[in-house]
Ligand binder design. Structure first.
Ligand code: PLP
Length: 399
């Protein structure tokens, strides 16, 4: 490796926080500039007919890869660590979910998916996969090694997400992976919450690790992106699927993602720290029944988080003591520093009401009161807490 080339997982001895800043860089291939250029590209020209027919060169066609896509793929691969054999870039996190599933399934197969799966992922399983002859059944996210009892002869994939992005159940990924592998099934995981910096999915037995890059990799609410990281077992199937389906990402979005990635470690540290501070404060409030934050000591899933994860992000939920819906809305509408909107992972805070009625099938989720999900951004945590006090004052008036 030459100076500042820091290109792949070959440098896995370095800390992930270092790899996130140097992965995928090759300045001297670009006149010394720190960042790779943004290639807006379709056609690649060859000097001779012979070269063209032999595809003699590193690139062949825009859809199949450019120095821009290569830089982002290598950077993510470097953060994932030595188990990562390939990274695919997809136009959204949902596209990453569907592509990962399509990579390893065929007609007649069966999937076991966690009941806490990201909602649109569930729709994909229940409609498209179903239509192509793949059946899905859902399991209790807390099942752990008990998954072995649910395996059918044709179960080829076990889909996990930890924690669930609405209900925050922590899954015992190593136990599930062991049971799946001994039954000849692959393990897929939606690792958007912790990402590879804080949960080494591939090292813990996951075969295909999915991220919505629209969340923390982008980090600024201005890009849609998905990524799938594969181990040796699944890399070729992933690459073939992306190639065959013609999936690729626009160059400017890849560039924004690469720019976001460079500051991921430091942003996540702040999201984690401020998130915990706000969660701890909320846990003491008389209006709050429970806090759903796996990195909060005593909260559900804390033991698994402590054992398997090295950090958290800014996303968690709370369950309020029962109050009329209008009081919950008054609370949310009184907040000035929290936006009301889907998604998360940007620099700004969000708060949304949510329910999961109607979309669970293996388990009931009866939280005992109204649920609110927070994303804690990079604002001052004290300001965010003061804003919540205003919200609770409005809630008291409205109830
Ligand atoms: C947002 C999200 C997705 C989907 O990502 P998009 O980029 O919005 O398509 C998938 N999984 C989880 C856990 C998410 O929060």
């Amino acid at each position: 490796m030459t100076k500042a080339e820091g290109n792949t997982h070959a440098d896995a001895v370095l800390k992930a926080e270092t790899r996130v800043t140097i992965g995928g860089r090759n300045p001297h291939a670009h006149h010394g500039y720190v960042n790779p250029p943004v290639y807006h590209a379709s056609t690649v020209l060859y000097r001779t007919a012979e070269d063209y027919l032999a595809s003699n060169g590193p690139y062949f066609y825009g859809r199949l890869g450019t120095p821009t896509s290569e830089a982002l793929e290598k950077a993510i691969q470097s953060v994932e660590g030595p188990e990562c054999a390939a990274v695919a870039l997809l136009p959204s996190g949902l596209a990453a979910i569907s592509t990962a599933l399509l990579s390893v399934l065929k007609s007649g197969d069966h999937v076991l998916a966690t009941d806490s799966i990201y909602g649109p992922g569930r729709t994909f399983c229940d409609t498209m996969l179903q239509r192509y002859g793949v059946t899905t059944s859902y399991y209790n996210p807390l099942i752990g090694s008990g998954i072995a009892a649910l395996m059918q002869p044709n179960t080829r994939a076990v889909y996990t997400e930890a924690p669930g992005s609405l209900t925050f159940e922590m899954q015992d990924i190593p136990a599930i992976a062991e049971a799946a592998h001994s039954n000849n099934a692959l393990v897929l995981m939606d690792n958007t919450w912790a990402g590879p910096l804080h949960f080494k999915a591939l090292e813990k037995g996951v075969d295909l690790s999915i991220q919505s890059g629209s969340k923390y990799i982008g980090g600024h609410c201005d890009v849609m992106l998905g990524t799938v990281s594969a181990n040796k077992e699944t890399a070729q199937r992933l690459k073939d699927t992306v190639f065959t389906m013609g999936l690729c990402v626009g160059p400017d979005d890849m560039n924004l993602a690469l720019r976001g990635l460079r500051t991921l470690a430091v942003r996540l540290r702040q999201h984690h720290q401020s998130g915990l501070k706000v969660a701890e404060w909320l846990a003491q409030r008389p209006e709050v029944l429970r806090v759903l934050h796996p990195a909060l000591p005593g909260a559900p899933g804390y033991d698994i988080w402590k054992r398997d994860f090295t950090g958290a992000c800014g996303l968690f939920g709370i369950i309020l003591k029962p109050v009329p819906e209008k009081a919950v809305f008054a609370f949310l509408n009184a907040l000035t520093l929290y936006g009301l909107g889907a998604s998360w992972g940007g620099y700004e805070s969000l708060a949304i009401p949510y329910g999961v009625t109607g979309y669970r099938s293996a388990t009931q989720w009866s939280p005992g009161g109204p649920a609110v999900r927070f994303h804690i951004g990079l604002e001052d945590a004290g300001d965010l807490i003061a804003d919540l006090e205003r919200g609770f004052a409005a809630l008291a008036v409205a109830k």
